[in-house]
Design a protein around this ligand. Structure first.
Ligand code: ADP
Ligand code: MG
Length: 352
């Protein structure tokens, strides 16, 4: 018990330090930063959704920095060279092998050898994922799911927990369906533990802070962030949370009731908000991230506030909102999110 409390104290302190460091380069987005860290601790993947120019890429780079990773160095784990960070710009001509890798002919040995693609990294930024074709998207999503990649007849792990190698995908997406974009289908969105919706800066003050941060700099402030923890520390934290943070019977009951109440065929009252409710997979993801949030505030048990903090981020891309209400609210992406937000509040009220 003592060791658990000491480790929890450390997770809490280190997390505060990580957040403090990230906030040197990112103004605002407190909740979003917290969720992106919780998703890492819960060993999930995150999708950042928002218009261009609101620091989505910068947020991913900031996380890379504070975790002691970088783009240049390769870290050799079990003879596989992994990069600390890869940014893959998704474009219509991107091929699956541009992500995972391919076999190349070596004229010296007269043999084909695997050339590992940029997915062999600790953190992969899949930037503007909705600009690639469905075939390429699904190669990415399959690798994310399976945490391994097959090139030729050999399979290579993307994660190696016993040697301190984690694998975290942060994808970004623009909600405006512009020409030449391929929106991810629901079944693929489901692979992301969370979808984090990023809005414009929330106040005039924040907007000015952003400009102050940049006004006298040639480069990006994110380049100057210091590392706070190591990749190995991240894996140990993930293991610790999975093993030691408890979900009581009462809390399981609460989460199960919430998930079931999102389903229109189980709970008639919710039909006004949702056409399709959440799956058991969604419930599992909700439990995992709630455990991470509990640990981040130094607690060994999940409370309702952890679940309520995570729920919108875990469910917004899995629920299908009622189209009539969406139209009533204006019919755009913002209207969809408003319906989902209201529906979830209604569900939580109904089960408590
Ligand atoms: N909230 C913010 N805090 C700090 N910098 C910001 C913020 N919003 C935008 N910026 C700056 O604006 C520029 C665009 O950010 P970027 O991460 O490339 O956006 P996106 O990936 O969302 O298109 C960067 O220079 C970034 O530092
Ligand atoms: Mg970007």
């Amino acid at each position: 018990m003592c060791i658990i409390m000491a480790t929890l104290e450390e997770i809490k302190d280190k997390t505060s330090e990580i957040i403090r460091e990230i906030k040197k380069a990112i103004i605002g987005y407190d909740r979003e930063i917290e969720i992106i860290i919780a998703t890492l601790y819960a060993n999930g993947h995150a999708l950042l959704e928002g218009v261009p120019g609101i620091a989505k890429t910068t947020l991913a780079r900031a996380l890379v920095k504070v975790l002691g990773l970088n783009e240049k160095e390769r870290i050799l784990i079990d003879n596989i060279p992994y990069k600390g960070f890869s940014r893959i710009q998704f474009t219509p001509d991107l091929m699956p092998s541009d992500i995972t890798g391919s076999l190349v002919f070596n004229p010296l040995t007269k043999d084909f050898e695997p050339r590992l693609g940029p997915i062999f990294s600790y953190i992969v930024l899949a930037d503007e994922i909705n600009r690639a074709t469905p075939r390429t998207q699904s190669a990415m999503l399959q690798a994310m799911q399976e945490r391994e990649v097959t090139i030729g007849d050999k399979t290579f792990p993307l994660e190696n927990r016993s040697l301190g190698k984690f694998f975290y995908v942060i994808a970004t997406e623009n909600p405006i369906e512009m020409e030449g974009t391929y929106p991810l289908p629901e079944a693929q969105l489901d692979r992301f533990m969370v979808r984090i919706i990023m809005e414009y800066p929330s106040s005039l003050e924040d907007e000015k802070e952003i400009y102050k941060l940049h006004a006298y700099k040639l480069g990006e402030p994110v380049e100057n962030l210091d590392s706070v923890v190591t990749p190995r520390w991240v894996v140990e934290t993930q293991n610790f949370i999975a093993k030691n943070i408890r979900v009581s019977e009462a809390m399981l009951d609460y989460i199960a009731r919430i998930i079931r109440a999102t389903r229109p065929d189980v709970f008639k009252g919710v039909r006004r908000f949702f056409e399709l409710g959440a799956s058991p997979r969604a419930g599992i993801m909700l439990i995992k991230i709630s455990k991470a949030l509990a640990a981040m505030r130094g607690s060994s048990v999940v409370e309702a506030r952890d679940v309520e903090k995570a729920i919108f981020h875990v469910l917004n891309h899995r629920l299908i909102p009622n189209i009539d209400l969406v139209i009533e609210y204006g019919g755009d992406f913002g209207a969809k999110m408003k319906v989902i937000n209201e529906g979830l509040k209604y569900v939580i009220d109904a089960v408590t």
